[in-house]
Design a protein around this ligand. Structure first.
Ligand code: DP6
Length: 332
C-alpha cells in the first residue's frame, strides 16, 4: 500500500518557503450519487464514482498563521480544541504531510458557516479549505485536480468541495490515486434548491469511515452497490444535461435509499434513521402524491436534504417549518 506522504512528496518543492498567513474558503457539498466504500483506506480511494452539488456560500473558511509559542493550535468556530481531540489530530496529521521537515508550528483556525441546526457534516468543506489554505501558505501552486486528490486524503468527500456547482469525483484506477479526483461539470441550474431538514444534531456513534468499512466487510447486499451507483451516475448526467428535475430527484433519492439499504444489511446493523427521519420521508412522499415535485437524499446521519425547484419553495417552507433553503447556483 502506498502512503499519503509517498504520493504527495513529488509535488512539493525542495525547500518550502512559508508565507505570513493564508486564508481560503471551500463549500460544503451534498452527494446525489454517494461515495460509499473504499478500495484503499489509506488514500481514501473509492469503489465507485460519485456526483455532488456544492452549497455555494455555505462551507468552511480556514486561516493559517505561524504559531509563535512552539506548538500547533487548532481552532474551530473560535474555540481552541485539545490537540489530542479527534478533529485536531486529523488536522495536524494532514498539515504534517505538507510541512515536512520544516516542522514549523501553526495556528489553524476554521470557521464553519453551515447552520449548526442543519446537522451537516463539515469534514468535506473543512479539509478542502485546509488544502487550499496550505497551497497558498506554502506557495505550492498545485493544479485544481491535484488539490482535489490531496483533499481526498483528508476526507473522501473533500475532493468534491474543491469545486462549486455540479461536481463529479472520478474513481480512477491508478494505485497512487492521482487520477481519483473531482472535476467540475460545465452546467448550471439556477432554479435548483436544496432544503436542509434537521432531525438531530450531535456526534454520531459510527462515522462514515467506520460505517462504510463495516458495510463493505459484512453486507452481501453491498455487491450490488457499484452497479447501482454506476447506473445512477449516468442517469444524473442525463438529468443535468436535459435539466430534467424529476429524473435528478428520483435518481438521487433511490441512490440514497440504496446506500442505506446496504448499511441496514451490515452486521452489526447500521441504521442512521430516527423516527423523525422516517416521518419526514413519508411527508415528502405524501407531498409528491399531491403533485409537489420534491425528493430527498440522506447521508450517514438522520437528517434529510430536500431537492426541489424555486417555484415550490413556499410550499416546502410551510410543510417543513425549520427548512434551511440553499440556492447552489445563486438566486436566478
Ligand atoms: C455518506 O468523505 O466523510 O456522506 O473518506 O472516510 O472521510 P471519509 O468519508 P466521508 O464520507 C462521506 C459519505 C457520504 C456520501 C458522500 O458524501 O458521498
Amino acid at each position: 500500500m502506498i502512503s499519503k506522504a509517498q504520493v504527495i512528496q513529488p509535488f512539493l518543492p525542495a525547500t518550502l518557503t512559508p508565507g505570513e498567513q493564508a486564508e481560503a474558503f471551500a463549500p460544503s457539498n451534498i452527494a446525489l450519487c454517494k461515495y460509499w466504500g473504499k478500495r484503499d483506506k489509506e488514500l481514501n480511494l473509492p469503489i465507485n464514482a460519485s456526483l455532488s452539488v456544492s452549497l455555494a456560500h455555505l462551507g468552511s473558511r480556514t486561516r493559517i498563521t505561524p504559531a509563535l509559542d512552539g506548538a500547533d493550535h487548532v481552532l474551530l468556530n473560535g474555540t481552541e480544541l485539545a490537540v489530542d481531540s479527534s478533529f485536531a489530530r486529523k488536522v495536524i496529521a494532514f498539515v504534517g504531510l505538507f510541512r515536512g521537515t520544516l516542522a514549523q508550528p501553526l495556528i489553524i483556525d476554521t470557521h464553519n458557516n453551515i447552520p449548526t441546526a442543519a446537522g451537516l457534516a463539515s469534514s468535506a468543506s473543512g479539509f478542502a479549505a485546509l488544502m487550499l489554505a496550505l497551497d497558498q501558505f506554502y506557495g505550492l501552486q498545485l493544479a485544481p485536480e491535484q488539490l482535489s486528490a490531496f483533499a481526498r486524503m483528508g476526507s473522501g468527500s473533500a475532493s468534491r468541495s474543491i469545486f462549486s456547482g455540479f461536481v463529479e469525483w472520478q474513481m480512477g484506477n491508478r494505485e497512487d490515486g492521482m487520477d481519483s479526483h473531482a472535476v467540475q461539470l460545465p452546467a448550471t441550474w439556477p432554479e435548483l434548491r436544496i432544503g436542509l431538514v434537521k432531525v438531530a444534531t450531535g456526534e454520531k456513534k459510527v462515522d462514515s469511515r467506520a460505517g462504510m468499512q463495516r458495510t463493505v466487510e459484512t453486507a452481501h447486499l453491498y455487491q450490488s452497490w457499484p452497479l447501482q451507483a454506476a447506473a445512477d451516475l449516468t442517469r444524473l448526467h442525463d438529468a443535468i444535461v436535459e435539466q430534467n428535475f424529476e429524473l435528478l430527484g428520483a435518481t438521487a433519492e433511490q441512490n440514497a435509499l440504496s446506500m442505506h439499504a446496504t448499511m441496514i444489511a451490515s452486521w452489526p446493523p447500521l441504521l442512521y434513521w430516527q423516527p423523525e427521519s422516517v416521518a419526514a420521508m413519508q411527508q415528502v412522499w405524501a407531498l409528491r402524491e399531491q403533485g409537489v415535485p420534491v425528493y430527498f437524499t440522506m447521508d450517514a446521519g438522520p437528517n434529510l436534504k430536500l431537492l426541489f425547484t424555486a417555484e415550490h419553495e413556499a410550499v416546502l417552507s410551510a410543510a417543513f417549518p425549520d427548512l434551511e433553503v440553499v440556492a447552489p447556483f445563486g438566486q436566478p
